[in-house]
Design a binder for this molecule. Structure first.
Ligand SMILES: [Mn+2]
Length: 330
């Protein structure tokens, strides 16, 4: 594993960088990318953030200067091929960059993962991997704070704060630590306005989203003596109300709000297949459960996407497997 000191040396000794993250980026992906981007820019580096997906609507406020670019081979392949270094944040498996995988594989550069997921692949030369940390934003902060690689100005602070609150569920998920709060306090001292960031991130529901949430909530069912709850959103519901995958973001968290529930599942049907989000409390490994259906993730939060599979055939199977997994509840 790369030390912060060594990372600072490596960044200092290179000039041009590509920063990238996963398909459908969340606040931790975009916030961490931007935090690192501005830190590199302060050191007069040549940097581009290039992602497979565009910045989602609800995160656009973070990228007021529009520095995050959506990948286009014609526009970016040259820069990617010529950059000294490729830095991947919030991922540790190269296929998470989706359509960009090819260009990164073709143009191997000194590359690193900065991440907090388990089970990395061996694509990169080095990595900073801290699965015990709640967000990559905290890792980037820690790096900047300890090495003084760049002063943490308001732009960096806002980016990292947004990364932290999205990935810790506003300081309530398992991996929220005393240090998470210490970092948040330092970011507030750097000028972050927590009320404003929270409003920008979360308080902008569209009526479609609430209607879809209503449909999802009314589908809720319990199995495993009330310990496994699941919700489903069908393609016909989405078509009836209107809305996209990003309107459905976070619905899965409602499955765990029920008293006594240890595993929550959320099924989302697509045109050609479906996706499952898995959540758990305590020691029940959702990464392992998702792994049985071609996915992965963290111990308490994971996902899998089953393209070309029938939701009616698989939903009972996934639920039955989840009930079996209650045996891991210590
Ligand atoms: Mn993350």
């Amino acid at each position: 594993m790369l030390s912060y000191k060594k990372l600072a040396e490596i960044l200092n000794s290179n000039k041009s960088f590509v920063i990238s993250s996963h398909i459908n980026p969340d606040g931790d992906a975009i916030g961490s990318e931007l935090g690192l981007y501005y830190a590199l820019m302060k050191n007069n580096k040549n940097v581009k953030i290039i992602n497979h997906s565009p910045v989602p609507r609800e995160l656009k406020f973070l990228d007021a200067e529009k520095v995050v670019e959506k990948y286009s081979p014609r526009k970016h392949n040259k820069f990617i091929a010529e950059a000294d270094m490729h830095i991947f944040v919030d991922i540790n498996q190269i296929d998470r960059v989706a359509s960009m995988e090819k260009v990164f594989r073709k143009n191997r550069k000194y590359s690193i993962y900065i991440d907090h997921h388990r089970d990395p692949d061996d694509f990169v030369n080095d990595m900073i991997l801290k699965p015990e940390i709640g967000s990559v934003g905290e890792i980037i902060f820690d790096f900047l704070d300890k090495t003084k690689f760049a002063p943490i100005d308001l732009k960096i602070a806002n980016s990292l704060y947004a990364a932290i609150i999205t990935d810790t569920g506003s300081f309530r998920f398992e991996r929220t630590s005393p240090k998470t709060h210490i970092i948040a306090s330092k970011l507030l001292r750097a000028g972050v306005n927590p009320k404003r960031i929270y409003e920008l991130l979360y308080e902008h529901d569209k009526i479609n989203r609430l209607k879809l949430l209503g449909k999802a909530l009314s589908s809720i069912r319990l199995d495993g003596k009330g310990k496994v709850s699941s919700m489903v959103l069908r393609l016909k519901d989405i078509k009836e109300v209107g809305g996209t995958e990003s309107d459905i973001e976070g619905f899965v968290s409602y499955t765990l709000t029920l008293e006594g529930v240890r595993i929550g599942l959320f099924f989302l049907e697509f045109e050609d297949g479906f996706k499952v989000s898995y959540r758990s409390r305590g020691t029940i490994p959702m990464n392992k459960l998702a792994g049985e259906f071609g996915g992965g993730g963290h111990i308490n939060a994971a996902g899998s996407r089953l393209d070309g599979k029938s939701i009616d055939e698989y939903m009972p199977k996934v639920i039955a497997k989840a009930v079996e997994y209650l045996k891991y509840d210590k």
